[in-house]
Design a protein around this ligand. Structure first.
Ligand SMILES: C[S@@+](CC[C@H](N)C(=O)[O-])C[C@H]1O[C@@H](n2cnc3c(N)ncnc32)[C@H](O)[C@@H]1O
Length: 322
């Protein structure tokens, strides 16, 4: 059945798609053009991200997993019986297993993510591994306070935000997000955050431009998603994945670069690209330990411990709510 013609481009889309549609209109109308990385994570995007975490160039996952493996007992110490582990942007929840192994006293594990398929897959796997664990997946945007299920609302919480997802935000937005997470977790809580560390540019760029082309497929999938969900007409062969290190800003940038002058339809509008013009699709900020602690302090958190892997590639920060 075809949808009736709509007066406004956004009216043609289901309510759930409208934020995506509005952000695409806004992002492609800007100069330079940009899109939010949160839209990478449809079912295929979540699968491709899992493949990225297994790439030899993507040191982040191995480094963070090695810290969690070594420090899980220290992190778990002090979580009271009946506490709740609340994870933001949980994805596959694979690294969470190190904490779950060390936290038999948990009342529940609340996993919050925008990707329903990632949450479903993780719930199925964890239910087999931890049959007595109360697992509560929530489809939610972590940039707004997460409402825990009412029966868990009064329980003490420990927050977990791994994967360097915080690096996707501009530093000013990190402060805002940490404030919101404080509200999601409540007073006397703790937050464990995985943060990638500044290092040499070739190593950073290789992590976001792997030789097998998985990150390129992940980036280009955003255009496939716009074509499928928002009536887009992107020709994927006319765009190329590019990753670069912007040393001044201390961030990796991912772009989709148009290889020629072209016009594309999306959300019922036309968008024009010059040859070489790009859509900026992701930032991944890298922080020295003190830089990140400074942002946390600005958001009202007290940095306590910080753990690094053996090669000092990645950091795991423990923040305490005052
Ligand atoms: C870089 S991946 C990290 C996944 C996992 N935490 C890990 O460490 O492997 C980012 C995850 O955050 C989710 N995500 C991105 N933006 C989000 C948002 N605004 N609210 C909730 N989840 C979000 C994505 O769906 C994805 O699963």
């Amino acid at each position: 059945m075809t949808r009736p013609a709509a007066a406004h481009p956004l009216e043609a889309f289901a309510f759930a798609d409208q934020a995506f549609a509005a952000d695409v209109i806004d992002g492609l109308s800007r100069s330079p053009k940009s899109l939010s990385p949160r839209y990478f994570y449809d079912a295929l995007g979540s699968d491709l991200f899992e493949r990225i975490t297994q790439l030899p160039e993507y040191y982040l996952t191995l480094a963070e997993a090695s810290i969690l493996k070594a420090r899980a007992a220290e992190i778990a110490h002090g979580v009271p019986p009946g506490g709740v582990l609340l994870e933001f942007g949980s994805g596959s929840s694979r690294k969470t297993e190190f904490l779950l192994d060390a936290l038999p006293q948990l009342a529940a594990y609340v996993a919050a993510d925008v990707s329903e398929t990632a949450l479903d897959d993780a719930r199925r796997r964890l239910a087999t591994l931890y049959p007595s664990l109360d697992i509560r997946p929530i489809v939610a945007d972590f940039s707004h306070p997460i409402e825990c299920p009412p029966d868990l609302a009064e329980r003490p919480r420990i927050g977990f935000f791994p994967g360097s997802t915080i690096g996707n935000l501009l530093p000013a937005d990190v402060i805002r997000l940490l404030l919101v997470m404080g509200r999601s977790l409540g007073s006397n809580s703790r937050l464990i955050v995985g943060v990638d560390i500044k290092k040499d540019a070739p190593r950073l760029v290789a992590a976001y431009n792997d030789s097998a082309g998985v990150t390129a497929a992940f980036n280009l999938n955003l255009l496939t998603r716009i074509n499928r969900e928002l009536g887009g007409s992107f020709d994927l062969t006319a765009f190329q994945h590019r990753a670069l290190y912007n040393a001044q800003e201390g961030r990796i940038e991912m772009h989709l670069v148009s290889l020629k002058d072209l016009s594309v339809k999306a959300v019922g509008r036309q968008f024009h690209f010059r040859a070489g013009e790009s859509i900026h699709t992701e930032n991944s900020y890298k922080y020295a330990v003190e830089e990140f602690q400074g942002l946390a302090i600005s958001a009202g958190w007290i940095p306590r411990r910080v753990w690094l892997d053996e090669d000092r590639l990645f950091s795991l920060h423990e923040l305490i709510a005052p």
